[in-house]
Ligand binder design. Structure first.
Ligand SMILES: NC(=O)c1ccc[n+]([C@@H]2O[C@H](COP(=O)([O-])OP(=O)(O)OC[C@H]3O[C@@H](n4cnc5c(N)ncnc54)[C@H](O)[C@@H]3O)[C@@H](O)[C@H]2O)c1
Length: 308
Protein backbone atom coordinates (compact mmCIF):
# COMPACT_ATOMS: atom_id res chain seq x y z
CA UNK A 1 0.00 0.00 0.00
CA UNK A 2 1.23 3.48 -0.81
CA UNK A 3 1.61 6.29 1.71
CA UNK A 4 -1.55 7.16 3.69
CA UNK A 5 -3.63 10.02 2.31
CA UNK A 6 -2.97 13.09 4.42
CA UNK A 7 -6.02 15.03 5.62
CA UNK A 8 -4.25 17.18 8.21
CA UNK A 9 -5.77 20.67 8.29
CA UNK A 10 -9.02 19.44 6.71
CA UNK A 11 -12.43 19.44 8.36
CA UNK A 12 -15.20 17.00 7.45
CA UNK A 13 -18.87 16.57 8.32
CA UNK A 14 -20.25 13.04 8.13
CA UNK A 15 -24.01 12.76 8.62
CA UNK A 16 -25.50 9.59 10.06
CA UNK A 17 -22.17 8.78 11.74
CA UNK A 18 -23.70 6.94 14.71
CA UNK A 19 -23.53 3.50 13.11
CA UNK A 20 -23.10 1.62 9.85
CA UNK A 21 -21.18 3.24 7.03
CA UNK A 22 -21.32 6.77 8.46
CA UNK A 23 -19.43 5.68 11.57
CA UNK A 24 -16.77 4.03 9.39
CA UNK A 25 -16.46 7.08 7.11
CA UNK A 26 -15.93 9.31 10.15
CA UNK A 27 -13.34 6.96 11.64
CA UNK A 28 -11.41 6.55 8.40
CA UNK A 29 -11.28 10.27 7.62
CA UNK A 30 -10.12 10.93 11.20
CA UNK A 31 -7.51 8.14 10.96
CA UNK A 32 -5.93 10.09 8.10
CA UNK A 33 -5.83 13.35 10.07
CA UNK A 34 -9.14 15.05 9.23
CA UNK A 35 -11.00 16.74 12.06
CA UNK A 36 -14.50 15.35 11.95
CA UNK A 37 -17.96 16.51 12.94
CA UNK A 38 -19.79 13.23 13.46
CA UNK A 39 -23.49 13.96 13.10
CA UNK A 40 -26.38 11.66 14.02
CA UNK A 41 -29.76 12.10 15.67
CA UNK A 42 -28.83 9.18 17.90
CA UNK A 43 -26.84 10.97 20.61
CA UNK A 44 -25.56 7.87 22.35
CA UNK A 45 -24.28 6.13 19.24
CA UNK A 46 -22.62 9.19 17.74
CA UNK A 47 -20.95 9.73 21.13
CA UNK A 48 -19.48 6.24 20.78
CA UNK A 49 -18.17 7.08 17.30
CA UNK A 50 -16.43 10.18 18.62
CA UNK A 51 -15.04 8.29 21.61
CA UNK A 52 -13.56 5.68 19.26
CA UNK A 53 -11.95 8.38 17.10
CA UNK A 54 -10.45 10.17 20.09
CA UNK A 55 -9.23 6.90 21.63
CA UNK A 56 -7.40 6.22 18.36
CA UNK A 57 -5.69 9.64 18.56
CA UNK A 58 -8.02 11.50 16.16
CA UNK A 59 -10.02 14.71 16.50
CA UNK A 60 -13.83 14.74 16.37
CA UNK A 61 -16.89 16.34 17.88
CA UNK A 62 -20.36 14.88 18.12
CA UNK A 63 -23.34 16.71 16.66
CA UNK A 64 -26.89 15.47 17.04
CA UNK A 65 -28.84 17.94 14.94
CA UNK A 66 -31.50 16.54 12.65
CA UNK A 67 -30.34 16.94 9.03
CA UNK A 68 -33.93 17.65 7.92
CA UNK A 69 -34.78 20.47 10.32
CA UNK A 70 -31.42 21.79 11.59
CA UNK A 71 -28.97 21.34 8.75
CA UNK A 72 -27.40 24.81 9.05
CA UNK A 73 -26.58 24.13 12.72
CA UNK A 74 -24.43 21.16 11.69
CA UNK A 75 -22.34 23.36 9.43
CA UNK A 76 -22.15 26.01 12.18
CA UNK A 77 -20.91 23.32 14.58
CA UNK A 78 -18.05 22.46 12.21
CA UNK A 79 -16.96 26.06 11.77
CA UNK A 80 -17.29 26.75 15.50
CA UNK A 81 -15.29 23.68 16.52
CA UNK A 82 -12.61 23.69 13.83
CA UNK A 83 -12.78 27.06 12.02
CA UNK A 84 -13.42 25.77 8.50
CA UNK A 85 -15.16 23.11 6.43
CA UNK A 86 -13.71 21.18 3.49
CA UNK A 87 -15.66 17.93 3.16
CA UNK A 88 -19.31 16.92 3.50
CA UNK A 89 -20.35 13.28 3.37
CA UNK A 90 -24.14 13.27 3.07
CA UNK A 91 -24.61 9.75 4.38
CA UNK A 92 -27.59 9.71 6.77
CA UNK A 93 -30.71 7.97 5.54
CA UNK A 94 -33.65 5.88 6.67
CA UNK A 95 -35.77 3.27 4.96
CA UNK A 96 -39.29 1.86 5.32
CA UNK A 97 -41.00 -0.74 3.19
CA UNK A 98 -44.57 -1.02 1.98
CA UNK A 99 -46.60 -0.95 -1.20
CA UNK A 100 -46.74 2.59 -2.57
CA UNK A 101 -50.54 2.85 -2.38
CA UNK A 102 -50.81 1.21 1.03
CA UNK A 103 -47.95 2.84 2.90
CA UNK A 104 -48.78 5.44 5.52
CA UNK A 105 -48.34 8.80 3.78
CA UNK A 106 -46.45 10.36 6.69
CA UNK A 107 -43.93 7.50 6.67
CA UNK A 108 -43.49 7.79 2.91
CA UNK A 109 -42.64 11.48 3.13
CA UNK A 110 -40.43 11.01 6.22
CA UNK A 111 -38.22 8.57 4.32
CA UNK A 112 -38.11 10.93 1.34
CA UNK A 113 -37.44 14.03 3.42
CA UNK A 114 -34.61 12.59 5.51
CA UNK A 115 -32.75 11.80 2.31
CA UNK A 116 -33.57 14.75 0.11
CA UNK A 117 -34.11 17.63 2.52
CA UNK A 118 -31.12 16.45 4.53
CA UNK A 119 -28.77 16.51 1.55
CA UNK A 120 -30.15 19.79 0.24
CA UNK A 121 -30.06 21.54 3.62
CA UNK A 122 -26.57 20.47 4.67
CA UNK A 123 -25.10 21.06 1.20
CA UNK A 124 -26.62 24.54 0.81
CA UNK A 125 -25.35 25.63 4.22
CA UNK A 126 -21.95 24.12 3.49
CA UNK A 127 -21.37 25.62 0.02
CA UNK A 128 -19.89 29.01 1.06
CA UNK A 129 -17.39 27.22 3.30
CA UNK A 130 -16.57 24.60 0.66
CA UNK A 131 -15.93 27.37 -1.87
CA UNK A 132 -13.70 29.17 0.67
CA UNK A 133 -11.84 25.90 1.27
CA UNK A 134 -10.45 25.98 -2.28
CA UNK A 135 -10.89 22.21 -2.61
CA UNK A 136 -14.35 21.55 -1.21
CA UNK A 137 -15.85 18.10 -1.57
CA UNK A 138 -19.44 16.85 -1.33
CA UNK A 139 -20.01 13.11 -1.44
CA UNK A 140 -23.68 12.17 -1.65
CA UNK A 141 -24.94 8.72 -0.82
CA UNK A 142 -27.60 7.48 -3.22
CA UNK A 143 -28.51 3.84 -3.82
CA UNK A 144 -28.83 1.31 -6.62
CA UNK A 145 -32.46 1.28 -5.45
CA UNK A 146 -32.95 3.92 -8.17
CA UNK A 147 -32.95 0.93 -10.53
CA UNK A 148 -36.11 -0.38 -8.86
CA UNK A 149 -37.00 -2.38 -5.76
CA UNK A 150 -40.72 -3.15 -5.26
CA UNK A 151 -42.12 -1.91 -1.89
CA UNK A 152 -39.32 0.64 -1.51
CA UNK A 153 -40.70 3.58 -3.49
CA UNK A 154 -40.08 6.42 -1.02
CA UNK A 155 -36.46 5.45 -0.46
CA UNK A 156 -35.79 4.92 -4.15
CA UNK A 157 -37.51 8.13 -5.21
CA UNK A 158 -35.39 9.98 -2.68
CA UNK A 159 -32.18 8.30 -3.78
CA UNK A 160 -33.02 9.14 -7.41
CA UNK A 161 -33.51 12.76 -6.37
CA UNK A 162 -30.08 12.75 -4.69
CA UNK A 163 -28.55 11.25 -7.82
CA UNK A 164 -30.20 13.84 -10.08
CA UNK A 165 -29.26 16.67 -7.75
CA UNK A 166 -25.66 15.45 -7.77
CA UNK A 167 -25.40 15.40 -11.56
CA UNK A 168 -26.47 19.03 -11.92
CA UNK A 169 -24.79 20.27 -8.73
CA UNK A 170 -21.51 18.72 -9.87
CA UNK A 171 -21.61 20.85 -13.02
CA UNK A 172 -22.55 24.03 -11.11
CA UNK A 173 -20.10 23.53 -8.25
CA UNK A 174 -17.20 22.74 -10.57
CA UNK A 175 -17.25 26.39 -11.61
CA UNK A 176 -16.45 27.39 -8.02
CA UNK A 177 -13.90 24.63 -7.43
CA UNK A 178 -16.11 22.28 -5.42
CA UNK A 179 -16.28 18.61 -6.39
CA UNK A 180 -19.56 16.74 -6.07
CA UNK A 181 -19.72 12.97 -6.49
CA UNK A 182 -22.36 10.33 -5.84
CA UNK A 183 -22.07 6.80 -4.50
CA UNK A 184 -24.45 3.88 -4.61
CA UNK A 185 -22.96 1.64 -1.92
CA UNK A 186 -23.70 -1.86 -0.77
CA UNK A 187 -22.57 -2.81 2.73
CA UNK A 188 -23.43 -4.93 5.71
CA UNK A 189 -24.85 -2.45 8.24
CA UNK A 190 -27.80 -2.24 10.67
CA UNK A 191 -29.89 -0.99 7.72
CA UNK A 192 -29.20 -4.08 5.60
CA UNK A 193 -29.50 -6.36 8.64
CA UNK A 194 -33.09 -5.14 8.83
CA UNK A 195 -33.75 -5.38 5.10
CA UNK A 196 -32.44 -8.86 4.20
CA UNK A 197 -33.97 -11.80 6.10
CA UNK A 198 -32.51 -14.44 3.73
CA UNK A 199 -29.60 -16.11 5.60
CA UNK A 200 -27.63 -16.81 2.41
CA UNK A 201 -27.69 -13.12 1.46
CA UNK A 202 -26.92 -12.10 5.04
CA UNK A 203 -23.86 -14.34 5.19
CA UNK A 204 -22.66 -13.22 1.77
CA UNK A 205 -22.95 -9.56 2.78
CA UNK A 206 -21.39 -10.03 6.20
CA UNK A 207 -18.37 -11.73 4.64
CA UNK A 208 -17.79 -9.69 1.49
CA UNK A 209 -19.08 -6.13 1.89
CA UNK A 210 -18.06 -4.65 5.26
CA UNK A 211 -19.10 -1.02 5.80
CA UNK A 212 -15.50 0.04 6.20
CA UNK A 213 -14.72 -0.91 2.59
CA UNK A 214 -17.04 1.81 1.27
CA UNK A 215 -15.26 4.31 3.53
CA UNK A 216 -12.06 3.70 1.60
CA UNK A 217 -13.71 4.95 -1.61
CA UNK A 218 -15.36 7.86 0.22
CA UNK A 219 -12.06 8.88 1.80
CA UNK A 220 -10.21 8.70 -1.51
CA UNK A 221 -12.88 10.89 -3.17
CA UNK A 222 -12.76 13.34 -0.26
CA UNK A 223 -9.03 13.97 -0.56
CA UNK A 224 -7.89 17.33 -1.88
CA UNK A 225 -5.61 15.70 -4.49
CA UNK A 226 -8.38 13.53 -5.96
CA UNK A 227 -9.71 15.25 -9.07
CA UNK A 228 -13.19 14.01 -9.83
CA UNK A 229 -15.65 16.72 -10.83
CA UNK A 230 -18.83 14.67 -10.89
CA UNK A 231 -19.56 10.99 -11.39
CA UNK A 232 -21.55 8.19 -9.80
CA UNK A 233 -20.16 4.84 -8.70
CA UNK A 234 -21.57 1.69 -7.25
CA UNK A 235 -19.21 0.58 -4.49
CA UNK A 236 -19.34 -2.75 -2.66
CA UNK A 237 -16.38 -4.13 -0.75
CA UNK A 238 -13.33 -3.65 -2.94
CA UNK A 239 -15.37 -3.36 -6.16
CA UNK A 240 -16.51 -0.17 -7.85
CA UNK A 241 -18.26 0.52 -11.14
CA UNK A 242 -19.24 3.81 -12.77
CA UNK A 243 -22.98 4.32 -13.33
CA UNK A 244 -24.14 6.29 -16.35
CA UNK A 245 -27.44 7.31 -17.89
CA UNK A 246 -27.58 5.65 -21.28
CA UNK A 247 -30.01 5.45 -24.17
CA UNK A 248 -30.81 2.75 -26.73
CA UNK A 249 -30.76 3.70 -30.42
CA UNK A 250 -33.68 5.99 -31.32
CA UNK A 251 -36.55 4.81 -33.47
CA UNK A 252 -38.65 6.97 -35.73
CA UNK A 253 -42.45 6.86 -35.96
CA UNK A 254 -44.00 7.12 -39.42
CA UNK A 255 -46.17 10.00 -38.19
CA UNK A 256 -46.92 11.84 -34.92
CA UNK A 257 -50.02 9.74 -34.30
CA UNK A 258 -50.51 7.14 -31.51
CA UNK A 259 -51.19 4.40 -34.08
CA UNK A 260 -47.66 4.73 -35.48
CA UNK A 261 -46.03 3.73 -32.21
CA UNK A 262 -47.78 0.37 -31.97
CA UNK A 263 -45.82 -0.92 -34.94
CA UNK A 264 -42.57 -0.05 -33.13
CA UNK A 265 -43.11 -1.76 -29.78
CA UNK A 266 -40.50 -4.48 -30.44
CA UNK A 267 -37.88 -1.92 -31.41
CA UNK A 268 -38.74 0.25 -28.40
CA UNK A 269 -38.14 -2.63 -26.00
CA UNK A 270 -35.37 -4.68 -27.64
CA UNK A 271 -31.92 -4.98 -26.11
CA UNK A 272 -29.52 -2.89 -28.13
CA UNK A 273 -26.11 -1.33 -27.56
CA UNK A 274 -26.54 1.60 -25.19
CA UNK A 275 -24.96 4.98 -25.56
CA UNK A 276 -24.14 7.06 -22.46
CA UNK A 277 -25.42 10.63 -22.16
CA UNK A 278 -23.29 12.73 -19.84
CA UNK A 279 -25.32 15.93 -20.13
CA UNK A 280 -28.88 16.87 -21.05
CA UNK A 281 -27.41 18.96 -23.88
CA UNK A 282 -25.81 15.87 -25.40
CA UNK A 283 -29.13 14.04 -25.38
CA UNK A 284 -31.18 17.02 -26.58
CA UNK A 285 -28.81 17.68 -29.44
CA UNK A 286 -28.81 14.01 -30.41
CA UNK A 287 -32.63 13.99 -30.60
CA UNK A 288 -32.75 17.11 -32.73
CA UNK A 289 -30.08 15.86 -35.15
CA UNK A 290 -31.78 12.45 -35.35
CA UNK A 291 -34.94 14.19 -36.55
CA UNK A 292 -33.22 16.83 -38.71
CA UNK A 293 -29.62 15.84 -39.64
CA UNK A 294 -28.97 19.30 -41.10
CA UNK A 295 -29.09 20.70 -37.53
CA UNK A 296 -25.78 18.97 -36.82
CA UNK A 297 -23.84 21.91 -38.21
CA UNK A 298 -26.11 24.55 -36.65
CA UNK A 299 -26.78 23.54 -33.05
CA UNK A 300 -24.15 24.44 -30.46
CA UNK A 301 -22.71 21.57 -28.37
CA UNK A 302 -24.32 22.98 -25.22
CA UNK A 303 -27.72 23.45 -26.88
CA UNK A 304 -29.82 22.60 -23.81
CA UNK A 305 -27.70 24.52 -21.30
CA UNK A 306 -30.07 27.24 -20.10
CA UNK A 307 -27.36 28.91 -18.02
CA UNK A 308 -25.50 30.05 -21.16
N1 LIG B 1 -26.31 -0.47 3.65
C1 LIG B 1 -26.44 -0.53 2.32
O1 LIG B 1 -26.19 -1.57 1.69
C2 LIG B 1 -26.87 0.67 1.56
C3 LIG B 1 -27.18 0.54 0.21
C4 LIG B 1 -27.48 1.68 -0.54
C5 LIG B 1 -27.49 2.91 0.09
N2 LIG B 1 -27.23 3.00 1.44
C6 LIG B 1 -27.24 4.33 2.04
O2 LIG B 1 -26.02 4.54 2.74
C7 LIG B 1 -26.25 5.40 3.85
C8 LIG B 1 -25.77 4.72 5.12
O3 LIG B 1 -26.44 3.49 5.24
P1 LIG B 1 -26.28 2.51 6.48
O4 LIG B 1 -26.64 1.18 5.95
O5 LIG B 1 -24.96 2.73 7.12
O6 LIG B 1 -27.46 3.05 7.40
P2 LIG B 1 -27.75 2.90 8.97
O7 LIG B 1 -29.22 2.80 9.14
O8 LIG B 1 -26.91 1.80 9.54
O9 LIG B 1 -27.24 4.30 9.54
C9 LIG B 1 -27.87 5.51 9.19
C10 LIG B 1 -27.65 6.51 10.30
O10 LIG B 1 -28.31 7.73 9.93
C11 LIG B 1 -28.86 8.29 11.10
N3 LIG B 1 -29.96 9.21 10.78
C12 LIG B 1 -31.20 8.88 10.35
N4 LIG B 1 -31.95 9.98 10.20
C13 LIG B 1 -31.18 11.04 10.54
C14 LIG B 1 -31.39 12.45 10.59
N5 LIG B 1 -32.60 12.98 10.28
N6 LIG B 1 -30.38 13.25 10.97
C15 LIG B 1 -29.17 12.71 11.30
N7 LIG B 1 -28.92 11.39 11.30
C16 LIG B 1 -29.91 10.55 10.91
C17 LIG B 1 -29.36 7.08 11.90
O11 LIG B 1 -29.54 7.39 13.28
C18 LIG B 1 -28.25 6.06 11.65
O12 LIG B 1 -27.26 6.11 12.66
C19 LIG B 1 -27.76 5.69 3.85
O13 LIG B 1 -28.00 6.90 3.16
C20 LIG B 1 -28.32 4.53 3.07
O14 LIG B 1 -29.56 4.85 2.49
C21 LIG B 1 -26.95 1.91 2.18
Amino acid sequence: MSELLDFRGRVAIVTGAGQGMGREHAKMLASRGARVVANDINIERVGETVAEIIAAGGAAVADHNNIVTDSAAIVDAAVEAFGRLDIVVNNAGINAFGRFWEMDEGTWWRVFDVAVKGVVGVSRAAMPHLIASGSGRIINISSNGVMGVPTDSAYNAAKAAIWGLGITLAAEAREVGVQVTTLMPVAWTPMTEDAFPNPVIRDAMRNTVPARAVSAFVTWLAHQDTTMFGGTWEVAGTSAGRIEIAGAPRVRAASPEPESWGALQDQLTEDAPLRPFRTASESFRDQMVFLSPELDTVLPADAADVSR
